[in-house]
Design a protein around this ligand. Structure first.
Ligand SMILES: Nc1ncnc2c1ncn2[C@@H]1O[C@H](COP(=O)(O)OP(=O)(O)OP(=O)(O)O)[C@@H](O)[C@H]1O
Length: 949
């Protein structure tokens, strides 16, 4: 949404209390009468011309006078020769902008003020005939002094009024247009001087005492490109830029003074410096400001406002200045938003909305934009897109986009004529910057002091034109002309009076027709008081094109009326506190943004906090998880190692027991036992043991009625208290079962045991390696744990585990030793047995009793390698067998004792043994004695254990 500057509407009799003391009154009748005018045509003649002004001048505004008397009495003056009661005389208050703080001087852009006077320029160009002191000779009928005082925004306080002498450059050569020594510009509500008023009233060299206002009117003369080529010169016009004077010597001729007159050779930069710069600076300080270009089509309005790439106009130069000001004002912060609209055929279009420019340059249908008014915002267009801009480039780009969308067309006088009124509005919000560490208003969440909002409106009006041939142009022209006419009417009737309802009226109490056109409605706030105004009127005085003297005169009169009638009580906008949520507050975007930023910041802070806490928690959880995972991993490793060790121990145990049993068998020649038992039960020497074992084995299968003798009874030589075929309980039966099958040869057992031995050696070395690794990794983990200050609880476990593993390894070593010993014993037993078998076999063969013996076995038993140890005598043989029996018994006893000690076997009261149940075993070495497992298992194990390698 956008609005033209609408500070609170000026009251019927606006108080000037908030304004700086007026330095001079603005009096319509304060103009000095030049001696020229003495020679001027009669008052009646002048009046007839000057009264082109559409409305008669009301009488002096008594209310205004009385209301402002206290403030103005010292500074107001009523021009000489004029009585307060004079009906056509009006005393207008003036407001001095010179008393306001001066903007910082910038060196950002050098002033391009041309030193060439307009007269000189015109002379050189020859486009306008300069007439020195010719006014009187021409018989000038009127004299418009629209710039009788130091001008608002482009003049200096020292600017003098031009009397007869002063107008003569030679008589009064230097009318300084420069600003005062302090660089201040003064403004004045230009006094429009009716001929009636002038008559006999103007005093040469009189200078109103600082009559100043906030309205500046400038006239720019467009160069005539054809004038150089042609010898014809429009001799009716004379332009004296130095004295801001345009003189027309034709019909209705006269002198026209303004705040600025720019000769055809003045550049845009000069125009900006003199006509707009000051106003722009004031807007940045908190005043509303409006600059608009008015003039016939093709006279250079767009050229002045937009300019070209090489010669930027008012708009781009203002933008540059705005940002220069921001840079130069570090103690304040600013927010700029811009809108751009056009009024085309009495309809408002948003030039920044996406739909503003459709394909092929045709505008798309967009939501109708309406003008609304409220007490706080004044008149504003809605809905209107506003863009927040942060750099001159961005702002220029936004405006260029709007320019692109603006409607133009070819007219008789301008190939690219603006067919609409274009309004750029830049809303400036500013506030004191919060000093670092300053305390803030806790309740509102904002810093003390509010936001100041001011608006700069830069308006390029469409040009007035005569009826065109083209229908479309005619329609456009009708709308343009109507709105411009309304504008002219309003300006000519402007007064400070208002009706009871507070609506502005002219001096006769008639309503001002602001609502007659969108343009005037939109300009209402600017025209009716609280805005600084700069009007740039463009004319073309050449002999070609539309250098129509009548039109030019109209423009000059418009300018003069504007300067004379528009009274501005511009004051700095109040600082609004935007936190209240009121309408005003909601307008103050800067504050809203600040609060939003603050809210977002605190939100961000709390979120960051929460995030940090969450992250910390997650991290902790992660660490916990990692520790847990590590722990689990370690436990798993340990478990695996443990399981592997246990399995191995079991395996070894099985082997040991099997070896024991094998030993028993080998003592009784287990593999051969079956064979022997099959061969004969009458084998003499080894019978006691071998047959008993054999029988017990057989007994286990229920094939023998002989009382079985457990292999344990070998040592004790005690008869087992079991009945035949049973050990008295199942476990013992299982034991018996183990010995029931013994077919492997001693050789194979030895080979198997050797392989197993090497296997175990390998395994032990593997275990040692693993242990070493485990120690290392445990050490590194422990050190990590110590570093992290956690996971120290793992140490006892690890130590215990290591200890356990050490024990297991020791145990394994012991077992291995046992095995070694057993192996040695088995070897020697095998040797002896083989020798004994050789002898026995020979006997049997001799006796023909060696039946059923496998010839292979027989052969193998009779192999050469045992032949060497064959005893020569039977007695030796018997003794040898006895020794073997004894040795085997001893070894077996030792091993059994070991198992009893380790809790795997339980000794019975009668010397019998049985396998300990799970519950009876020591918990830490709960290794099942696989060698004493049920027979089916034993078979498997034996088979497995006997696997070579
Ligand atoms: N001071 C100047 N110096 C050089 N060229 C100018 C000047 N003023 C106007 N012109 C040229 O005159 C032509 C018409 O100017 P411009 O379009 O600004 O007129 P306008 O008043 O905006 O017309 P319209 O109302 O039809 O839009 C342009 O080509 C422009 O470049």
């Amino acid at each position: 949404m956008s609005t033209l500057p609408q500070p609170s509407r000026p009251a019927a009799n606006p108080s000037t209390g908030s304004l700086p003391p007026l330095s001079a009154p603005k009096s319509r009748k304060s103009l000095p009468v030049s001696s020229d005018h003495a020679r001027a045509p009669s008052p009646s003649q002048i009046s007839s011309k000057i009264r082109a002004s559409p409305s008669p001048r009301p009488s002096l505004n008594k209310t205004a006078l009385s209301n402002s008397a206290s403030n103005l009495s010292s500074s107001r003056s009523i021009s000489a020769g004029r009585t307060p009661s004079s009906p056509d005389k009006s005393l207008r208050r003036t407001i001095s902008i010179a008393a306001f703080p001066q903007p910082p001087k910038t060196g950002s852009r050098p002033s391009t003020a041309s030193s060439i006077s307009g007269i000189q320029s015109l002379r050189s160009s020859g486009s306008v005939k300069v007439k020195r002191n010719s006014r009187l000779s021409v018989g000038t009928n009127s004299s418009y002094r629209s710039s009788q005082t130091a001008s608002l925004l482009n003049g200096g306080d020292n600017k003098s009024f031009v009397g007869t002498e002063a107008r003569d450059p030679e008589a009064s050569p230097s009318q300084s247009r420069s600003s005062s020594a302090q660089g201040s510009y003064s403004t004045s509500a230009t006094t429009f001087e009716d001929a009636d008023d002038v008559t006999g009233a103007l005093k040469p060299h009189s200078k109103p005492k600082g009559a100043k206002g906030n309205v500046i009117v400038s006239v720019r003369v467009r160069p005539d490109v054809h004038s150089i080529e042609t010898s014809k010169i429009n001799s009716e016009w004379a332009v004296d830029a130095r004295r801001s004077l345009i003189t027309f010597s034709g019909k209705e001729g006269g002198d026209y003074y303004y705040d600025n007159v720019f000769s055809p050779h003045e550049h845009n930069a000069k125009v900006y410096d003199s006509a707009a710069k000051r106003l722009v600076r004031r807007v940045m300080e908190g005043y509303h400001g409006t600059v608009f270009a008015y003039g016939m089509t093709g006279t250079g309005k767009t050229f002045s406002m937009q300019g070209t790439a090489t010669s930027p106009g008012v708009i781009p130069l203002a933008i540059t200045d705005i940002f220069s000001f921001i840079r130069e004002t570090p103690h304040r912060e600013f927010l700029l938003r811009v809108s751009y609209l056009e009024i085309y055929n009495e309809k408002i279009h948003d030039l920044l909305s996406a739909s503003a420019s459709g394909s092929g340059g045709l505008p798309l249908q967009q939501e109708e934009i309406k003008l609304r008014e409220d007490s706080k915002r004044g008149v504003y267009a809605t809905p209107l897109k506003e863009e927040i801009v942060q750099s001159p480039t961005q702002l220029l780009r936004v405006i260029a986009r709007g320019d692109h969308a603006r409607r133009t067309g070819s007219t008789q006088f301008n190939a690219r004529s603006s067919r609409s009124h274009a309004v750029v509005q830049i809303v400036v919000e500013s506030r004191e910057r919060v000093p670092a560490g300053a305390t803030q208003d806790r309740r509102s969440g904002i810093t003390p002091g509010g936001v100041r909002v001011s608006t700069l409106s830069l308006i390029d009006l469409a040009g007035s034109e005569r009826a065109a041939d083209d229908k479309e142009r005619r329609t456009e022209g009708a709308h343009i002309n109507k709105s411009l006419l309304t504008l002219g009417t309003i300006i000519s009737r402007l007064s400070e009076t208002k009706d009871k309802a507070g609506n502005p009226t002219d001096r006769e109490g008639r309503h001002l027709p602001y609502r007659d056109s969108k343009l005037t409605r939109l300009l209402q706030p600017a025209l009716s008081g609280n805005s600084l105004v700069s009007i740039l009127c463009t004319v073309h005085l050449g002999i070609t094109g539309n250098s129509n003297s009548g039109e030019t005169l109209n423009t000059l009169k418009f300018a003069a009326r504007a300067k004379n009638n528009i009274v501005s009580h511009a004051k700095r906008a109040d600082e609004a506190l935007g936190s209240g949520g009121s309408d005003a507050g909601s307008r103050v975007l800067l504050e809203r943004y600040r609060m939003e930023i603050q809210a977002l910041r605190s939100q961000l802070e709390s979120q960051t906090k929460a995030q940090a806490e969450k992250e910390l928690k997650l991290e902790e959880q992660q660490l916990e998880k990692e520790a847990q995972a590590r722990h689990e991993e370690q436990m798993l490793e340990m478990q695996l190692a443990r399981t592997a060790l246990k399995e191995r121990i079991e395996h070894l145990n099985r082997l040991i027991l099997c070896s024991k049993s094998t030993g028993v068998n080998s003592q009784g020649a287990m593999s051969t036992l079956g064979r022997l038992s099959r061969m004969s039960a009458a084998e003499s020497v080894a019978r006691s043991l071998r047959s008993s074992v054999s029988q017990s084995t057989l007994g286990a299968y229920g094939t023998s009625s002989v009382r079985p003798a457990s292999f344990l009874s070998v040592n004790s030589n005690e008869a087992l208290p079991f009945s035949s075929g049973s050990f008295g309980n199942d476990e013992e039966e299982d034991i018996v079962g183990e010995f029931a099958d013994g077919k492997a040869s001693a050789q194979r057992q030895i080979v198997a045991l050797q392989a197993d031995l090497s296997d175990k050696n390998r395994y032990i070395s593997t275990l040692e390696r693993r242990l070493l690794q485990a120690r290392r990794s445990s050490h590194s983990r422990m050190s990590i744990g110590v570093k992290a200050g956690s996971a120290t609880s793992e140490n006892p476990d690890m130590v215990a585990l290591l200890r356990e593993k050490d024990m297991e390894i020791n145990e394994l070593r012991q077992q291995l030793d046992d095995k070694d010993r057993m192996l040695a014993a088995l070897r020697s037993a095998a040797r002896h047995r083989d020798l004994a078998h050789l002898g026995t076999d020979t006997d049997l063969k001799e006796k023909g009793e060696y039946k059923g013996v496998d010839p292979d076995v027989s052969d193998s038993l009779a192999s050469d390698h045992v032949a060497s140890i064959l005893p020569s005598h039977k007695e030796d043989e018997v003794n040898g067998r006895k020794n073997i029996d004894d040795e085997m018994s001893r070894i077996l006893n030792e091993m059994i004792q070991d198992r009893v000690d380790s809790g795997h076997l339980i000794k019975g009261s009668h010397g019998s043994v049985r396998i300990a149940t799970e519950s009876q075993r020591p918990s830490d070495t709960a290794t099942p004695v696989q060698g004493l497992t049920p027979s089916s298992m034993i078979h498997d194990n034996i088979d497995h254990d006997f696997q070579p390698g």
